[in-house]
Write a protein that binds this ligand. Structure first.
Ligand code: UDP
Length: 343
């Protein structure tokens, strides 16, 4: 039983790699290294440099390695970028996923776990944590590109012997609690990464996008989930499908929201650096408040969070950021040419 991890050299994918190693699973990684890093895949793990959109190559890789489960992370993840460049998102997240799903069907892969997003909900019409049966109304090409893949998976599973778990991530943050991997992509846009870069001096200031939202402190609210807990949810999803689970969609978060300002304050407190914060205009595509109802994940996948504290998220993110600055954990980082692309 071999698992294929797509995007395993990226931020979340490389944490999945360590989760699978910790559980002695057999697996391979496919990554085109557009935004991932070779060094993020540990020695001894097979990394195949390939594009998931290349259906015939993927079929060969799947057959050669006896893959029976795919955990599919590869894709692009920045909401504002998707508004500026929608076709990139429909290519990377939708069209390429279509070809990967086709390769899975052609080769008889029985199980797929797909990284989706809370962005499929758009602006929630009800207040409080959102459940999976809420209206799906994405407001960005990013959200739409992921929803389209959700629908392709659903329809394909109805027609073929393919079962799936779709995990809708809320805001993934933090880095491996053992310091083995972390969020390394250059040109960061995500809040906690940006704040940690400000705290370690990589940037001189940061902006808060929008302080006039209808929230207690006027800034947006998000549900941040520690990346180790998120990849552990994927491992539970693998077991669920192996045990005969079929078509299942679940939110991934902690059912608790923090405002952008609370997050920035936490990074300042833990780092001891009161870096400059500029209050700025709202950012296009941002949703006011997003928190997850995670009952399905807990009850059906038997998942329990282990690191559900904003302090832990920030501490691990800061630790990684500091190590990147000093070069002690990932010394090769300085030698790698970065693209401007963020995923
Ligand atoms: N945000 C911010 N400054 C930044 C980055 C993000 O104020 O430098 C805000 C952003 O406007 C949103 C929240 O932080 O309200 C989360 O944004 P992020 O890009 O981290 O994730 P998203 O929720 O868009 O997937």
């Amino acid at each position: 039983m071999t698992i294929l991890v797509t995007g395993g050299a990226g931020y979340i994918g490389s944490h999945m790699v360590w989760e699978l190693l910790d559980h002695d699973e057999e697996f391979i990684v496919v990554d085109n290294l557009a935004t991932g890093f070779k060094w993020a895949v540990p020695d001894g793990v097979e990394l195949i440099e390939a594009d998931i959109g290349d259906q015939s190559r993927m079929e060969k890789i799947i057959k050669k390695n006896g893959v029976d489960t795919i955990i599919h992370f590869a894709g692009s993840v920045v909401v504002p970028e998707s508004i500026e460049n929608p076709l990139k998102y429909y290519q990377n997240n939708t069209a390429n996923s279509r070809n990967l799903i086709a390769a899975a069907v052609e080769t008889g892969v029985k199980r797929m776990i797909f990284s989706s997003t809370a962005a499929v909900y758009g602006n929630p019409v009800t207040t409080g944590p959102i459940a999976e049966n809420a209206i799906l109304n994405p407001l960005s090409p990013y959200g739409t590109s992921k929803l389209m893949t959700e629908l392709m998976l659903r329809d394909t599973a109805n027609a073929h012997d393919l079962n799936y778990v779709i995990l809708r991530y809320f805001n993934v943050a933090g880095c491996d609690v053992h310091g083995r991997t972390g969020q390394s992509t250059d040109g960061a846009t995500h809040l906690i990464k940006v704040a940690c870069e400000a705290a370690t001096g990589k940037r001189s200031s940061m902006k808060i996008f929008g302080t006039d939202y209808d929230t207690p402190d006027g800034t947006c609210i998000r549900d941040f989930i520690h990346v180790n807990d998120l990849v552990n949810a994927h491992y539970h999803a693998v077991k669920f499908l192996r045990d005969g689970g079929r078509k299942f969609t679940a939110n991934c978060g902690y059912s608790k929201g923090y405002s952008v300002r609370e997050v920035v304050d936490t990074v300042q407190r833990i780092s001891g650096n009161r870096f400059k914060v500029i209050e700025s205009e709202r950012r296009a595509g941002d949703i006011e408040s997003l928190t997850a109802n995670c009952n399905r994940l807990m009850t059906r996948l038997d998942w329990r969070p282990q690191h559900d504290s904003l302090d832990t998220i920030v501490e691990t993110a800061l630790a990684w950021e500091k190590n990147m600055v000093s070069g002690s954990l990932a010394p090769e980082i300085a030698d790698i040419e970065h693209t401007d692309e963020v995923a």
